[in-house]
Design a binder for this molecule. Structure first.
Ligand code: AMP
Ligand code: GLY
Length: 419
């Protein structure tokens, strides 16, 4: 069968790599064009066709949509309308990620534990609320797609007011935000959990932790994620039952609203003194969480993806290795803030030099132009390594990173440190 993967970052490289290992699969096409991904497996193809040209040219039997933007624009609906079984929510269901107010409303109605909140369409009312509230702190969230820049965890009331004014008047995101969610600031370690869902059914895909800051010890600016570790070994039985109940309740609520959820559901949680609370939902796999989850999956992913698209999951649960996976991201010089700026990297990456099971180099914002490797200015690539412990996996990953490093590249050496 031929499988289509929509998206051209590190997450989609990991999806294509895993899908290509299936004996059922003859070709995996990645779009937009991402030639570096083709190095991972001879079955992986990519070309400069548009999505529409590609689905007219090839007969796909399955599609997976990676990023939230095409999902929020209805690409999964369009692929299904074209008769292609698709893993990815409808645009209506993708609002669980793109609208903070919608997600909060679903959580509230479904009875899922989350931080207290209030929503505002009027800047003066929002300011008055911030001045009067006795919350321990305020988090300001823009309601709408904001490409990771829509959340401000304010240090104090002055910063909260500056953020909400900036969202409403357009100076913060370059566009006016009509609705803002204010949330109580809660505290504790964060963890992420993943499920593959179809309507009321789902299978757990495990847990992971991202490291968002650029530098070791969680210093430096926020990024899209500098590395991940999986699985998290400190999730208690009671917490796992909270997680299972949370997925069930949210799926039931989405079904009840007439917007059933099909695809990957990623919940960002915080372990507070009062137990786990949900911070956010993403309607896709994480990047770079996917790069640790999929190398740990021992099963063929394709029957699970087909099950998600059709509603008929295989019997039982997906089986995972009992090893630990660490993924270390190598970012462009100057990142973050250099996204979209092309950087010539000067040497080639020898993908084949590493044993593919324990150490995998996943290309991300890396492309080939006239025989040269060029970075898109963001996360260039990442290395996943497996090991019996976090330390072993990290040591292996860092060994590979040093071999493939480009001049000026940035990476962290402490990924997985705080598991
Ligand atoms: P979100 O996109 O809603 O997950 O927010 C991005 C990040 O902001 C989260 O990963 C947290 O680190 C932080 N955050 C969001 N909501 C809260 C909250 N209510 N309290 C404390 N931190 C938060
Ligand atoms: N790594 C965080 C995300 O994919 O949203």
């Amino acid at each position: 069968m031929k499988v289509l993967v929509v998206g051209n970052g590190g997450r989609e490289a990991a999806l294509a790599w895993k899908i290509a290992q299936s004996s059922e699969v003859t070709e995996v096409w990645v779009t937009p064009h991402h030639p570096a991904t083709c190095r991972l497996n001879a079955k992986i193809r990519s070309a400069s066709f548009s999505l529409y040209e590609l689905i007219l040219r090839e007969q796909f039997q399955l599609a997976v949509v990676g990023p939230e933007i095409p999902l929020s624009e209805g690409v999964a609906d369009e692929l299904r309308a074209a008769g292609i079984p698709t893993v990815g929510p409808s645009a209506a269901a993708a609002r669980l990620e793109t609208s903070k107010v919608f997600a909060k409303d679903v959580m509230r109605t479904a009875g899922v534990a989350t931080a207290r909140s209030a929503e505002f369409t009027d800047v003066r009312e929002a300011e008055a609320f911030v001045q009067m509230t006795d919350w321990t702190g305020v988090v300001v969230k823009a309601d709408g797609p904001a490409q990771g820049k829509g959340v401000v965890v304010a240090q104090d009331k002055t910063e909260a007011i500056a953020a909400l004014r900036g969202f409403f008047d357009g100076s913060w995101l370059g566009m006016k935000i009509p609705r803002v969610l204010l949330e109580e600031k809660i505290q504790g370690p964060e963890l992420s959990v993943f499920a593959l869902c179809h309507g009321l059914n789902y299978v757990n895909l495990g847990s992971a932790r991202d490291h968002k800051r650029l530098k070791n010890d969680d210093l430096g600016p926020n990024t899209g994620g500098m590395g991940t570790v999986a699985p998290l070994t400190d999730i208690s039985v009671a917490e796992q039952s909270f997680i299972d109940g949370m997925f069930e309740d949210v799926l039931f609520e989405m079904h009840k609203r007439g917007t059933p959820f099909t695809g990957f559901l990623f919940a960002g949680l915080m372990r507070t003194e009062g137990g786990l609370k949900v911070l956010e939902f993403n309607v896709r796999l994480g990047d770079p969480e996917t790069q640790v989850l999929l190398p740990l999956l021992q099963d063929d992913l394709v029957p699970w993806l087909k099950g998600c698209a059709s509603g008929e999951f295989p019997e039982g649960a997906p089986s995972f290795s009992n090893e630990t996976a660490v993924h270390v991201v190598m970012a462009a010089p100057g990142y973050p803030g250099t996204e979209g700026q092309q950087v010539l990297l000067g040497h080639t990456v020898s993908w084949q030099a590493f044993p593919q099971e324990k150490m995998i180099v996943f290309p991300a914002g890396l492309t080939e132009k006239s025989g040269e490797w060029v970075s898109r200015g963001g996360r260039i690539l990442g290395v996943t390594a497996l090991g019996a412990s976090v330390e072993e996996a990290r040591r292996r990953a860092l060994g590979v990173i040093k071999e493939v490093a480009f001049t000026g590249a940035q990476w962290r050496t402490d990924i997985g440190g705080a598991v």
